[in-house]
Design a protein around this ligand. Structure first.
Ligand code: G3P
Length: 218
């Protein structure tokens, strides 16, 4: 499983990057709004933290294809190597995905709620497709199943496009998503703390320390 952190909180990203094996960072305009920081400054700081090797997914805000394409070019200029431009799967977004890919820029098709949106975006050349698990669950559609269907469709088609599942509100959604053959998840900093927590682990560690503390003279 590839884990990404879904955040624009520089301090939280720094911590998660130190403690967990992340493949990169995803952001969106709502997260940037929460951070209340200028996008370019923020993205440069995040790139500084994660280095040039890890992925950074930055969303465009424009609505018209030609503006999305121009924005994508500006984003990769300041976000550096291994940047993927996130483009919502509107008709203008779909047109932009093809044009942005033609320029050799990585693309993550985002705001995906149906398997057909994902299949179309993958056919347009997107490197990643991002279904929103919790937002689907919130409208009584099983988000995990949708993500699983997308993963199956892409596998059957032999597509190189990867499913990058987003929007999680609990660990069960993440677990079920991994069971459904999805290879990448992007999760909030808080979710990283929760995902490996188990009280029995803490109890086991306390017991090991109590028993070994006078004998481990190393
Ligand atoms: O990048 C999309 C993802 O952040 C959406 O998550 O929690 O706002 O549904 P959420």
């Amino acid at each position: 499983m590839k884990y990404m952190v879904d955040s624009a909180d520089v301090r939280a990203i720094k911590k998660i990057n130190e403690y967990y094996p992340i493949s990169g960072v995803t952001t969106n305009p709502s997260l940037v709004f929460e951070a209340g920081r200028d996008l370019k400054t923020l993205i440069r700081e995040i790139r500084e933290i994660i280095g040039p090797e890890k992925m950074l997914h930055v969303q465009t805000l424009s609505l018209k294809a030609k503006d999305i394409v121009a924005e994508a070019g500006r984003i990769v200029d300041f976000a550096g190597p291994n940047t993927y431009v996130k483009i919502p799967v509107t008709p203008e977004g779909m047109k932009a995905i093809m044009a942005v890919k033609a320029q050799g820029i990585g693309v993550t098709a985002t705001a995906i709620f149906t398997p057909q949106q994902a299949l179309m975006a993958a056919t347009a050349g997107a490197d990643f497709v991002a279904p929103y698990i919790n937002r689907l669950d919130n409208i009584a559609v099983n988000g995990v199943e949708i993500a699983g269907q997308i993963a199956d469709l892409l596998r059957t088609a032999g597509s190189p496009c990867e499913v990058l599942a987003a929007s999680f509100n609990n660990i069960e959604q993440i677990h079920m998503t991994s069971l459904h053959g999805v290879g990448v998840v992007t999760i909030s900093p808080k979710m990283f703390e929760k995902i490996i927590y188990h009280p029995l682990t803490d109890i086991a560690v306390e017991d090991f320390v109590a028993k070994g503390k006078d004998l481990y003279n190393i």
